[in-house]
Write a protein that binds this ligand. Structure first.
Ligand SMILES: *Cc1c(COP(=O)(O)O)cnc(C)c1O
Length: 434
């Protein structure tokens, strides 16, 4: 018998025992109750499952419904034909077709920044953060990397690789006092944070800009939830709030949510052109993995064209009024925010059953509950979109209230508008068997 070694993990930045232990309980419960693992065909905005159930998905992040826009679909098809190859598999630094250059020029003009594309935000953050940590992207000084405790997993996952290049710490959500302390202590600091949070809320862009001016703070924003849905030409929350537009601000934003295509945009200001080469060569997957493919680029080019027209303003306006309609019917903590995501409060005990009831009524909303969220914060996640009809939203809200959601204070009292809601739930329901 050999004396072989058992490994004791450091678990300084990640812990799969905990992650999988906690996460799998959540997923198994969701799966067993039929509110995860759903498969269906999508036709005209309605899902059809093999067993004949029909539902509208109220948990999809395509806030302007550009992902199913005919021009975006046509753009994807035409681009593949035009460039003749989905992905010419060689690092773009060696040989490339003009496909990405065309996209980056278009997005650069649209957002007023130097744009570098990547296949996903996850790949971009995985690649960029260690290059920032080593001081190669920035002013050359190795910064202390401060990760907001709520930073999206695509950023938090880069902690171990950043920690091999510099020091890494986590801070409380939007803890400006901590950041100021760190700025006074360290030569340089980089704060890694979501521009717009997955559960509602925005980064304090203005306050951060003050710290940037005063201490040269570098801020890495992920504004994935706001691109397209927010701001002039869909420029997103961060860039609508006067961030410092130079080497001290780096923003990534997915093109797969509001933008309705695929891939991601890295937005840079005040960097010299050779920074582009550095990123393409050394930002992890950007240097060694696949790029945005021609179909995704074609979809993105078409979406960018829509962003240049009145149609974008119109879609943003519809999104706002759908959000307002929802808020007038169901009470949530996010009420009255411009943010398109709502969490309808339930308890850990009721949330699965509520999701099932709402699903039976013809709407998918995703339940979140302990242990993936803190006790007392369970609920159904709802995403509003421009393309949802008033009737769909009214029927969803009626189903939510029947399942235990609190009606908004301004909501019609049962027996007046309530009767109307009840009447509409039976008729023309996408599920047809409510
Ligand atoms: C959705 C999301 C991502 C993932 O984007 P991909 O481009 O699909 O990798 C990353 N960050 C945030 C904040 C997101 O909400």
């Amino acid at each position: 018998m050999s004396e072989r070694k058992t490994i004791t993990p450091a678990h300084r930045y990640r812990n799969n025992d905990r992650l999988i232990g906690i996460g799998n309980t959540f997923w198994n419960t969701s799966y067993e109750h039929g509110v995860a693992g759903i498969v269906g065909d999508l036709e005209d905005g309605v899902f059809h499952t093999p067993d004949g159930h029909e539902f509208v998905n109220f948990t999809v992040c395509s806030y302007l419904d550009l992902d199913t826009h005919p021009k975006v679909i046509d753009g994807a098809v035409a681009s593949l034909r035009r460039f003749g190859v989905l992905d010419h598999c060689i690092p773009r630094t060696r040989v490339q077709t003009p496909v990405l250059l065309e996209l980056e020029e278009s997005l650069g003009e649209l957002f007023g920044a130097m744009v570098i594309s990547a296949i996903s935000t996850a790949a971009a953050s995985t690649g960029l953060l260690p290059v920032i940590a080593s001081g190669h992207l920035g002013n050359g000084t190795r910064p202390l990397m401060v990760f907001d405790k709520n930073a999206h997993v695509s950023m938090a996952n880069a902690k171990p690789s950043c920690a091999d290049e510099t020091e890494v710490v986590s801070c409380g959500h939007h803890d400006l006092d901590f950041l100021k302390d760190m700025c006074r202590t360290y030569e340089r600091v980089c704060y890694v944070v979501d521009g717009s949070d997955s559960l509602g809320g925005y980064a304090p862009v203005h306050e951060l800009a003050e710290l940037q001016e005063k201490y040269n703070l570098l801020v890495f924003y992920d504004d994935s939830h706001s691109l397209s849905a927010y701001g002039e030409r869909g420029i997103g929350y961060v860039r609508s709030h006067s961030p410092v537009l130079d080497e001290r601000t780096i923003t990534v934003a997915t093109l797969s949510k509001g933008f309705g295509a695929g891939g991601t945009a890295i937005l840079l200001d005040g960097y010299p052109e050779q920074t582009r080469r550095l990123i393409e060569r050394f930002a992890g997957p950007l240097g060694y993995s696949q790029k945005m493919n021609a179909a995704a680029v074609g979809a993105a080019l078409a979406s960018a064209e829509i962003h240049r027209t009145e149609e974008l303003t119109l879609l943003q306006g519809r999104l706002r009024s759908n959000i307002a309609l929802f808020d007038s019917l169901v009470a949530t903590e996010q009420s009255d925010s411009t943010y398109p995501i709502r969490v309808v409060p339930m308890t850990d005990e009721t949330v699965i059953d509520a999701a099932k009831q709402v699903f039976a009524a013809g709407f998918y909303t995703s339940p979140v509950f302990f242990p993936i969220v803190a006790r007392g914060t369970a609920g159904l996640r709802v995403m509003l979109r421009a393309g949802q009809s008033e009737e769909q939203i009214r029927r969803l809200c009626a189903a939510l209230v029947r399942a235990g959601a609190r009606p908004a204070a301004a909501a019609p009292a049962p027996g007046i508008g309530g009767e109307h809601l009840a009447a509409t739930t039976g008729e023309g329901a996408p599920d047809g068997h409510a």
